[in-house]
Design a protein around this ligand. Structure first.
Ligand code: XIL
Length: 344
């Protein structure tokens, strides 16, 4: 090659913007951590997509079923429980030595149609709740040792959401749910799970108040799932630190249960660039550092809500271009992945 051509190539190479991550994913993410690192898994994708499967197996040591344990899927008809997808995820988890976290027993979304129109008095609804919880927890009590028992019961102003459960059973449905789960799984770790707890003090205070009241009545709730669907625009890392501290001071385990970091929360036209990847990595890094400050016995783990950007619920749920996870659309690790690994 001519000298001038060689020099020009060298110059171009040296000036290339740094968009590629500074690490490889040759080693497992979870191996770098003192607590479990989990991922929400789509049962169909796991079966059909070998690249997705390989990343799940290699990088994570805890699995949360993204959908298949929700009421609509697991009890699609009254009294008919469809175990197939959960059984296969459980078999997969056992085969590869992963923890399987149960998600979720009582929620206002993804309910089967029959439940929406079920007619019955409070006693009948109580029985329905009990049967749903105890049939599922009972079946898996030796294998699934942790559960999101109640999901998203509070609104942003700290009041209870007017869900089907609240309408039919009143506020005591939450206590009932934890009691029913505990009856069949005395040693399991039972969680309350919700979003915006890291950014909304009123909401977190209401959750803590309720769980402390349950505790005083002898109903043990072991931890709080802080979903953390966050973004590069909010919240501030200091708010996150404060929430972690508040929860752990009250002696609840902390599960960062559904982590993703949106880079496009306002749904604009967006071409991600190196600066955005860096902002995403920085927020994720701050989350990891603050999580590491929690006393070890209260660290249940950090779970990412999906494997790659291609699999993220945000794209179809909010209908916007977004890139919130650790792997890009080609299943390559992003700067956020490297930052997380570096700081774990
Ligand atoms: C989402 C799933 O990721 C989507 O596939 C599904 O269509 C809707 O639910 N809070 C939760 C999760 O607790 O179960 C939700 O998961 C995301 C918000």
């Amino acid at each position: 090659m001519k000298t001038w051509l060689f020099l020009a190539c060298l110059l171009l190479w040296a000036c290339k913007p740094e968009t590629t991550p500074s690490c490889t994913d040759a080693d497992a993410l979870y191996a770098a951590a003192d607590f479990p690192i989990g991922v929400a898994v789509d049962a169909g994708e796991l079966r059909a997509n070998p690249v997705y499967e390989a990343i799940t197996r290699k990088q994570f040591n805890s699995i949360t079923p993204e959908n298949v344990m929700k009421a609509a899927y697991i009890q699609p008809e009254r009294g008919f429980f469809d175990w197939e997808a959960t059984d296969s995820l459980l078999a997969y988890s056992k085969r590869h030595g992963k923890r399987l976290h149960g998600h979720t027993l009582v929620w206002h979304q993804q309910l089967p149609a029959w439940m929406d129109v079920f007619e019955g008095d409070a006693a009948a609804w109580d029985q329905l709740l009990k049967t749903h919880i105890q049939t599922i927890v009972g079946r898996y009590k030796n294998d699934i040792l942790s559960w999101d028992v109640v999901n998203e019961a509070f609104l942003e102003d700290g009041s209870l959401r007017n869900s089907l459960w609240l309408q039919k059973l009143g506020p005591s449905y939450i206590e009932k749910a934890f009691r029913y789960a505990r009856e069949v799984a005395p040693d399991a770790l039972l969680f309350y799970n919700d979003y915006n707890l890291e950014s909304n003090a009123a909401k977190l205070n209401s959750v803590l108040k309720l769980l402390n009241a349950l505790r005083n009545r002898g109903v043990r709730v072991d931890g709080i799932g802080v979903q953390m669907h966050v973004s590069i625009a909010y919240p501030e890392p200091a708010q996150i630190a404060k929430a972690f501290q508040q929860i752990s001071t009250e002696q609840y385990r902390v599960h960062v249960s559904e982590l993703d970091v949106s880079v496009n929360p306002f749904g604009r036209d967006l071409e991600p660039n190196a600066k955005i990847w860096q902002q995403q990595a920085d927020l994720l890094g701050a989350i990891v550092l603050h999580y590491c400050q929690i006393p070890q016995q209260l660290q249940f783990g950090i779970t990412l809500w999906g494997v790659s950007d291609q699999n993220s619920w945000i794209r179809y749920f909010y209908q916007r271009a977004d890139y919130p996870l650790l792997y890009d659309d080609q299943y390559q690790p992003k700067p956020a992945y490297c930052k997380m690994k570096e700081l774990l």
